[in-house]
Design a protein around this ligand. Structure first.
Ligand code: AOS
Ligand code: ZN
Ligand code: ZN
Length: 387
């Protein structure tokens, strides 16, 4: 079914999983605790290792500081390696402390800005200790009411704070700036869209790149166009994959709109994002509030793989030919043919050939791992989204 090149790309596909997906999470109404949830970053890595062992798709784990602070990061790295994993992106956090009520890197008060900068410098230390090359910055900065603060001055302060952080990165480290159009601020956010993120990145330098979280746009936004444009400009640093019906729902990627995921993957392919040497990081940013967490992560990486596989099935020559002839319906048919192709059996065959289970979710259920963690992880405080 697949070309040799498509098989190569699928075999090499790597999706980064977030440490916080394994902890308890919920909405502002209720956090439903689940049995066997990790109590510390070591156990989060152990759970992530299950996802990789059963799918071959998830070799790295993103950490979140301070939620994943440990005394000895060298030990955590050893632990990751012993599980066949490596530490990926380090995510900063300037949204849970009281001092950040009115912002962090864009705050009017220089002391608060300095505290937020210092937190990022700590994240850079963690990057050095773990070998991580990406510092991901998502800011809750913004305002709730017109006139609340000077939006222009906030941009200037943000640019200055980001530059101070950027200067401290090593030559092989990147600053990855995520945008979000609302929440927790409701009137304006200081990095609301890809254009604002891109502008700051260009001002910072070559190693500043944009993170596109698929849940961070107004309904109806053509996200794949943004993918195209950022790849064209050489500034698509990372994805935070998830899916949404309404707002930043953080549901499993590909659950709400698999066709959108397919269209995104086509543009990634078109823009060279799957080529050797591409440094686009494909990360999940999800919370499994009601579904089981490890199977939820397995389902998610498989969804990404399935839509990637379908995108790689597009007959590029036929598509270019139809497009060149102005054959509107013909081009759309070539595109849709690939989308409607069921690749699940072919991917299961490929997994089997690689020594992986045909059905990773069934293999997880049969493995006894869930019963084991539910038995072993009693006592202590179970990690939640935020701990
Ligand atoms: C927030 O909405 C963003 O998606 C962040 O990327 C992320 O969810 C948060 O930093 C948790 O780590
Ligand atoms: Zn995100
Ligand atoms: Zn988000």
């Amino acid at each position: 079914m697949f070309s040799t090149q498509a098989i190569e790309r699928l075999d090499q596909q790597a999706i980064e999983v977030p440490s916080w997906a394994y902890g308890n999470s919920g909405t502002r109404f209720k956090v439903f605790a689940q049995a066997g949830v990790p109590r510390d970053p070591y156990e989060k890595l152990a759970d992530a290792a299950q996802v990789h062992a059963l799918t071959g798709l998830a070799p790295s784990v993103a950490l979140h500081i301070p939620w994943d602070e440990v005394d000895d990061f060298a030990r955590l790295v050893d632990h990751a390696e012993s599980l066949g994993l490596r530490i990926g992106t380090i995510n900063s956090n300037t949204f849970q402390d009281d001092i950040y009520k009115l912002g962090s890197l864009a705050h009017a008060d220089a002391d608060v800005r300095q505290a937020a900068i210092d937190h990022h410098l700590r994240c850079i230390e963690v990057m050095h200790a773990t070998g991580s090359t990406d510092l991901k910055i998502w800011l809750a900065d913004g305002t709730n009411y017109p006139g609340q603060d000077d939006m222009r001055a906030r941009q200037d302060r943000l640019a200055e704070s980001l530059a101070t952080i950027y200067e401290r990165l090593a030559d092989d480290q990147r600053l990855v700036l995520e945008y979000k159009f609302f929440e927790p601020a409701f009137y304006h956010t200081d990095v609301p869209d890809w254009g604002t993120s891109y502008t700051h990145c260009v001002e910072l330098g070559e190693r500043a790149v944009v993170c596109l979280d698929t849940g961070h746009h107004a309904p109806g936004t053509n996200i794949e166009f943004i993918v195209t444009q950022l790849l064209r400009l050489g500034r698509l640093g990372a994805f935070d994959f998830n899916s949404r019906f309404y707002a930043d729902d953080d549901l499993m990627v590909g659950a709400a709109d698999p066709f959108q995921l397919f269209r995104i993957m086509h543009e990634v392919n078109r823009g060279g994002g799957f080529e050797a040497g591409s440094d686009v990081v494909f990360m999940l940013d999800q919370c499994h509030n009601i579904e089981a967490k490890i199977p939820g992560q397995i389902r998610s990486v498989l969804n990404v793989q399935e839509m990637t596989a379908r995108a790689l099935l597009i007959d590029q020559d036929a598509l270019a030919d139809a497009q060149g002839r102005g054959d509107v319906l013909g081009a759309n048919e070539v595109f849709m043919d690939a989308f409607y192709t069921d690749v699940r059996t072919a991917l299961a065959d490929r997994r089997e050939a690689r020594g992986l289970p045909r059905d990773p979710i069934a293999a997880y259920a049969a493995s006894g791992y869930q019963a084991e963690i539910e038995r072993a992880r009693v006592g202590g405080t179970q990690a939640g989204w935020g701990a």
